[in-house]
Design a protein around this ligand. Structure first.
Ligand code: SF4
Length: 362
């Protein structure tokens, strides 16, 4: 099946409401956010008198969801965000520039990990967050400990809890992080990592990235992206953005996720890989990461309340159970299905993108 090319232009999110907490108002990055928001035409900006985010309650669940998804809060990061955690298999450390995402993916992995209304919070203390990277250089236990990936240096993943490019028009946090990673004098090699479902990369092209940031496009078969990824750019736009970044000298990647064995999956994922090959210059420094669809009892409950009419398959009876470090259960595809998918992707990626490095399958 041919991928459906949307005629819509690629876009970045513009919130309808902005809330700034009292402590956040004092940080220089907040001025940058507010200047960007004003340029983007946001008029509903409230400086709160305390650090408690208010003004989101009222109305039914749908109204609360819609208001939260249309709101950007500028806050100071909690102390836990500044104590970096390993994030296998992607990176040595997770670095959060924001928490929450305005898109509406019906399988969103954030549903199970963030509590409360799905508001996007951008961190005002960006300078302190970036300055904190120094203490972790040379201390990685995930990619640094992997012989095949140790050449990447100490890796920092910036998209665990947000889509940093999706909110970039009004935050500028990703550009600041790329510039910092590219120009700061670190004690050893590092790589900043970010993945996105957006394609408007104009603000990133001329940054002094110094090859130290790898941006990946999160992509999927048309039968998944077209049905379940509301509010994100079309896959062709994401790939076009990735091609632009590759031509600007960035190392780039594909995050194929979440992989689902939908009807016609072989044909659809073949079309996706062919489209990726066509969008990227031949000498691109390209990696591929493959993540199969999974859910938890908690994420299923939240997603079914946000998207009550979803056609997304989240049937525990059709899945195998996988237990995490602390006994939490995840529902993944059964071993036979997983094996078939994995061996197909290994071969298909090698066929269509022969110079890509396959980083992991999960
Ligand atoms: S783009 Fe990513 S973080 Fe945002 S809603 Fe979709 S899956 Fe969630």
């Amino acid at each position: 099946m041919e991928p459906v090319v949307s005629s819509r232009r690629p876009k970045l999110w513009i919130p309808r409401h902005i809330l700034v907490t009292r402590s956040a108002a004092e940080h220089p990055h907040t001025r940058e956010v507010l200047a960007r928001a004003e340029r983007a035409g946001v008029t509903d900006i409230t400086i709160l008198r305390s650090d408690r985010i208010s003004g989101l309650s009222g109305g039914d669940e749908r109204t609360a969801y819609n208001r939260a998804k249309a709101t950007l809060a500028v806050v100071v990061s909690p102390p836990s965000a500044r104590k970096l955690q390993p994030i296998a298999p992607s990176a040595d450390w997770r670095i959060d520039l924001a928490r929450g995402c305005p898109a509406h993916c019906q399988y969103c992995y954030l549903a199970g990990s963030l509590s409360g209304p799905p508001i996007t919070r951008v961190y005002a203390d960006l300078d302190e967050i970036l300055a904190g990277m120094d203490a972790y250089v040379g201390r990685g236990t995930v990619t640094s400990a992997d012989a095949a990936r140790s050449g990447e240096g100490t890796t920092f993943e910036a998209s665990c809890y947000t889509d940093p490019l999706g909110i970039e028009l009004v935050t500028g946090s990703l550009a600041a992080a790329i510039t910092y990673a590219g120009t700061h004098d670190f004690a050893g090699p590092i790589q900043l990592r970010a993945t996105t479902k957006f394609g408007l990369v104009d603000g990133l092209v001329d940054l002094p990235h110094n090859g130290r940031t790898r941006i990946r496009a999160s992509v999927n078969a048309d039968g998944v992206a077209g049905r379940f990824e509301g509010g994100a750019d079309s896959v062709p736009h994401r790939l076009a953005g990735l091609g632009t970044l590759a031509r600007a000298g960035y190392p780039v990647g594909l995050t194929i996720a979440p992989i689902m064995p939908i009807d016609g999956w072989r044909e659809q994922y073949t079309a996706l890989l062919a489209a990726a090959a066509a969008a990227l210059p031949a000498d691109t420094d390209l990696t591929v990461e493959c993540i199969t669809h999974r859910f938890t009892p908690g994420s299923k409950d939240v997603l079914e309340s946000w998207y009550p009419n979803t056609k997304l398959e989240m049937d525990p009876e059709r899945r195998s159970r996988k237990f995490g470090k602390f006994g939490a259960v995840k529902y993944v595809y059964p071993a036979t299905e997983m094996k078939e998918l994995r061996s197909w992707f290994n071969e298909a990626v090698a066929d269509h993108l022969p110079s890509a490095r396959f980083l992991y399958w999960t």
